[in-house]
Ligand binder design. Sequence first.
Ligand code: HEC
Length: 274
Amino acid sequence: MKYIAALFLLFISAFPAHGAESLTFSIGTDKRVMTAPQLLADPKTRDISIADPSYKKTMHYRALPLSALLAGMKLPPDSVIEAVANDGFVAQLPTDLLLNDKTGAAQAFLAIEPPDTPWPALPGKKASAGPFYIVWLNASASGIRSEQWPFMIAALRSADSPAKRWKELAVDPALPAAALIRAGQALFVTQCMACHKLNGAGSSAAGPDLNLPASPTEYFKPDALKKYIRNPASLRHWDGMQMPGFDKDALSDHEIDLIISYMEHMSTTRKTAK
Ligand code: HEC
């Protein structure tokens, strides 16, 4: 009986929220599940038009400001909101960015796919960005990055900030505060950890760990690694490949170098035996 129950659980968890159109919140001690119609009925929901980097065109959404959605939920100090997608992607979104409603700053919204008028499929994918998708107005004002637009969201949960939660990501404390490797670390957390772990740390396992057992900086030629991050399909491609390319808007040449310098640093300070 237990066995059947376990099988059943496995079965339902293998087919998460898609189609169920509900969003699970666990923010601090606040836990709730809300459906798309409930969220659409919120009077703070409004129409917005977005220059959408995922659809690569202007899109129109019914959307709820994140600041309104999270109002009243108690956010633990030094925390981030993890947006958990139903494909294994987990974005770490700094709460100060999400809650910022100052004029001039980027504003985060939860776009809600209306069950009766679904959005189109994303370019190169079979599914839309729904049921829930975090989009930004005025994104460039706060330097919002390409991986901070998580789509196909099933859950929003609060968690300690990555630096506090995972000492495995830390650089050598002897590095000066302004060291470029530290800038590379911040970029790595935002742009890469939505899919990759490093030293076993991270919330997603959509892609391989990038330091265990070995770092790509040890087995890719430097130029090839840079080329791969810019456009993985330029080195090898197959139907099931998942890693997105990062064009120059997503990461400049200099920023890719910073990420690689962080990865290199982490490989040379790796404590775990290969
Ligand atoms: C949306 C998810 C996603 C993001 C974001 C992402 N990756 Fe990946 N990455 C993958 C997946 C999945 C693979 C495995 C190959 C595949 O399926 O495309 C991969 C493979 C790789 C590989 C090849 C590893 C090997 O041994 O073959 C490298 C290197 C890599 N990623 C680096 C990065 C870096 C650096 C970043 C951030 C700038 C990044 N990835 C961001 C999903 C992602």
